[in-house]
Design a protein around this ligand. Sequence first.
Ligand SMILES: Cc1cc2nc3c(=O)[nH]c(=O)nc-3n(C[C@H](O)[C@H](O)[C@H](O)COP(=O)(O)OP(=O)(O)OC[C@H]3O[C@@H](n4cnc5c(N)ncnc54)[C@H](O)[C@@H]3O)c2cc1C
Length: 317
Amino acid sequence: MLSVIGMAINSELKKQLQSRLSDRVRFDEPMSAHTTFRVGGPADAFVTAIDETEMIFLIKWINDNGLPFFIIGGGTNLLVRDRGIRGIVISLAKNLARISRQGLTGLSAMAGANLGTLCRFAIRNGLSGLNFALGIPGTVGGAVRMNAGAWKGSIGNVIDGIRIIQPDGKVESMEKGALKFSYRSLSFASESSGDLSSSVILEAIFSLSQQSPESLKAEADTMLNARKKSQPIGFASAGCFFRNPDDRESAGKLIDLAGAKGLRVGDAEVSEKHANFIVNRGKASADDIIRLMRIVQETVFQKFNVMLEPEVKIVGD
Ligand SMILES: Cc1cc2nc3c(=O)[nH]c(=O)nc-3n(C[C@H](O)[C@H](O)[C@H](O)COP(=O)(O)OP(=O)(O)OC[C@H]3O[C@@H](n4cnc5c(N)ncnc54)[C@H](O)[C@@H]3O)c2cc1C
């Protein structure tokens, strides 16, 4: 989470934001409208950045005023607590969305681009390496930050470099060697470079290989079908809730064997179809989901002596 302990947004600061962004800033905006879990209380301010210049302005302005902030992509890996987020939530989704070719086998995508759109662009252009990501919802920025993965593929395997905005508003290019991708996470390779979670990912450059669009499309269809069969479609969720404890053990299998499938707190339920999905059947609160998470952790711990950790980012008050 990109937040620091900071000042509250007073009415003068609200006026400044409004005069710069007009209807692209909303105050007390319910986060349930911006997360696939469909839960989450209000953000003090919710801002949609329209381009790179505006993004840089916002980060500098936030830094100068000592405000806390949080970057949201598609909101597909987030559980926002019921009292919401203090400070400014900045959304990149949809606006900073340019995707273009780079040389023979490279692609560049702005952080707000939809990940699925990027995968389909790669297929059309006969570029292989991103099919694993088809069906993972959200933005390119969120996928890079989370090192999103499936079918043994992950974003870190196909990244050539990224551009970021530092907290002081400086834009910096980082090559792959300066980055450390690990299981569902990204950090700087060198500790002296600081904490990547206080920077904004602006753009990602991908290094792919050539393959015919027809064979890529056939492979993509197989993967998408397998995903549809194994995941609960049509219910609000944030994907897999818990991290796998290690390479050999899946959290879903442990939850299933512990008999936790179907457990419920209010409208929050451990999916019958995929035990590592907690779904919101309609009116769940973040609190319901967190209480269910604890029950699942306890149930699995009692049976296997393994404490599952959430993969979903739990943020807010
Ligand atoms: C049905 C479903 C299926 C899923 N399947 C998978 C799967 O197979 N594999 C997988 O890995 N994940 C999966 N997920 C989880 C989720 O889709 C991924 O983690 C996704 O990459 C998150 O992207 P996002 O844009 O929604 O990020 P968000 O949820 O908006 O944010 C996630 C984190 O990234 C940070 N962030 C977002 N954008 C930026 C940026 N530009 N700069 C800096 N930080 C940023 C946020 O601050 C937050 O900490 C699934 C989710 C759902 C709902």
